[in-house]
Design a protein around this ligand. Structure first.
Ligand code: ADP
Length: 562
């Protein structure tokens, strides 16, 4: 009697432990370890195991007591034996015991069933030969198994929810778009890595803050759209509002972003939270703005020569006036010049669109660069006016290049024309060449208005013109450098600028050599001006008394002093 009471107390205590495990433990392995410990203990067994079905429904050992892990595979045949066939189970147990050399002689196996689903099977083994499991013990284990089944299925559910959540977290984290999740008070609860990169806000600081503070999207007029017209507070509420505008990242970058929201609302339409998908569309926006600029620039650039031609033609054609030969010739010259300009503009546009479509063909041949440079310089010098002096610096043995002659002329002409155009005070313009082992580096240096650092990387974009006084005074469509870059890069070279606002600019580009030079032939570059010298040293500022004499130059330097 005393023993029965004791036993019952112990069993109750064990069942209580399992119940606690059900509510307290959500980690599957811990639950399984606890369940098998209790089951073996409850039935005074020698060993035991819990097997759970895998994806294909095959039972696999997940936790065991008194059985070394290496022995688990030996139970495969036992696990596949139907539970309603105790004789086969007994037989399989003998095989397993012999394989793993453990005295397992009695077995009791019970399915763990929760809501009509078998979530696993519990096996308890005994070593003693003559102590079989009683019906009472079977009943006890059954009661326990019901509890254990709940614990196991809870833990499995939790595990799968956790797995889904981790997967979702990883997905959000790795998304190329910025993703943030907002709570019902528009405060940030999730902030992915792309969002950190986009806004410059570290996640730890962003979480908990109102989204309008971290992602302050402003209109072109500078109004914070998120504050004055929060897309998630519009009436009537929109399910998937979109906002576009500028943001300034914490590290000072200005980006144009598109933010799409998916709002979650309660039955009365109240706001419960939202997920925002934020994309950097600065490039597209710049492209769109360029298209607008393009229309206005093109209409201006093309219209100007057309109206000049029309004006001159109409004037010269007037029947009520007679023109002397000189006036007539001057007028016709203007018409011819403007027609050339128009043709050049149209050619530029065609080149630009051909380049964009990838249809530029190059004729690569071997030729000498210095004569071409001399030609370009002489032509520019002839039309530049007295405020300019031109220098040409190439070593006598400058190696032949392998490039498209006409296209390279176009690049050089553009750089020299720009040097003149953007030097309103005049000054010295130097075209210099240097050769390394594989390439020639050509540079055009001026003492003009220079380019502020923040503009320098943008110059080579299509239709880009620096916004300054000269922009309005000089003609240009912002295509020259775009075309120059496309040509240079198509030839396998690169083009870059070094400049100081107010002091001058140096544009350099590389051209492949016809035959790569032996190392000691790199001397060619050292006799010419070092194109890597700082601009201020390469070209003395205006008014400075530093003059380059003819002696300093190599023999074929051309100096056109006007
Ligand atoms: P365009 O001269 O027709 O405007 P480009 O593509 O040749 O177009 O040049 C783009 C812009 O780069 C120019 O509008 C000008 O603002 C700037 N730029 C080019 N060359 C120089 C230079 N040598 N000095 C100063 N600014 C320059």
């Amino acid at each position: 009697m005393l023993e029965t009471t004791d036993q019952r107390l112990r069993q109750r205590e064990l069942l209580l432990r399992v119940s606690r495990a059900i509510t307290a433990q959500l980690d599957l392995t811990s639950v399984l370890d606890l369940v098998i410990d209790v089951a073996v203990d409850l039935l005074a067994g020698t060993a035991g195991l819990i097997a759970l079905p895998d994806g294909t429904g095959t039972l696999q050992v997940h936790s065991a007591q008194g059985l070394p892990r290496e022995s688990w595979p030996a139970f495969r045949a036992l696990l596949s034996t139907p539970l309603d066939n105790p004789r086969s189970i007994g037989q399989r147990l003998q095989d397993v015991a012999a394989t793993i050399r453990l005295p397992l002689r009695q077995v009791i196996a019970l399915p763990l069933v929760f809501r009509q689903t078998r979530v696993g099977v519990l096996y308890v083994f005994r070593a003693a030969l003559n102590v079989a499991f009683t019906n009472e013990e079977q009943e006890l284990l059954k009661a326990f198994a019901d509890q254990a089944a709940i614990a196991v299925s809870n833990a499995r559910l939790y595990q799968s929810v956790l797995h889904d959540k981790l997967q979702l977290d990883a997905l959000i984290e790795q998304s190329a778009d910025g993703v943030m999740i907002l709570d019902s008070r528009w405060r940030i609860t999730t902030f992915n890595r792309a969002m950190e990169l986009l806004t410059g806000w570290p996640r730890d600081e962003a979480i908990g803050r109102p989204c309008a503070e971290v992602l302050a999207i402003t209109s072109s007029q500078g109004t914070n759209i998120c504050l004055v017209d929060c897309p998630l507070q519009r009436r009537p509420p929109q399910m998937n509002p979109i906002v576009e505008g500028w943001i300034e990242s914490r590290d000072g970058r200005r980006l144009y972003v598109q933010s799409r929201y998916a709002a979650q609302r309660g039955p009365a339409g109240e706001f419960l939270g939202a997920i925002a998908n934020v994309r950097d569309i600065t490039e597209q926006q710049i492209e769109a703005e360029m298209q607008n600029t393009f229309i206005s620039v093109i209409s201006h650039e093309l219209k100007t020569p057309v109206s000049i031609i029309k004006g001159y033609a109409e004037t010269l054609a007037r029947e009520d006036a007679t023109w002397d030969a000189a006036t007539l010739r001057d007028g016709l010259n203007v018409i011819a010049e403007e027609a050339d300009r128009l043709a050049a503009q149209i050619q530029g546009l065609l080149d630009a669109s051909r380049l964009q479509a990838g249809g530029q063909r190059l004729e690569l041949t071997d030729w000498a660069l210095p004569p071409l440079a001399a030609q370009v310089v002489e032509r520019s010098a002839a039309g530049a006016g007295e405020r300019f002096s031109f220098e040409l610096r190439f070593a006598d043995d400058f190696p032949a290049v392998h490039a498209d002659y006409e296209r390279t002329r176009q690049v050089l002409e553009n750089l020299v024309t720009n040097a003149v155009k953007y030097s309103p005070e005049g000054g010295r313009i130097r075209v210099a060449g240097r050769a390394t082992a594989e390439q020639a580096i050509i540079s055009v240096t001026d003492q003009g208005i220079g380019i502020p650092p923040e503009e320098q990387s943008k110059l080579f974009r299509r239709f880009y013109r620096v916004d300054n006084r000269l922009r309005r005074e000089t003609q240009g469509a912002g295509l020259g450098l775009f075309l120059a870059r496309a040509i240079v890069e198509a030839q396998g070279g690169r083009i870059w600028v070094e400049s100081q606002a107010g002091r001058g600019s140096r544009f350099s580009f590389t051209v492949p050599l016809a035959t790569p030079q032996l190392p000691d032939m790199g001397d060619a570059g050292q006799t010419a001006i070092d194109t890597q010298q700082p601009i201020t040293e390469a070209v003395a500022p205006l008014g400075s008394d530093r003059q380059i004499t003819v002696d300093e130059m190599s023999t074929n330097d051309v100096r056109t002093q006007r």
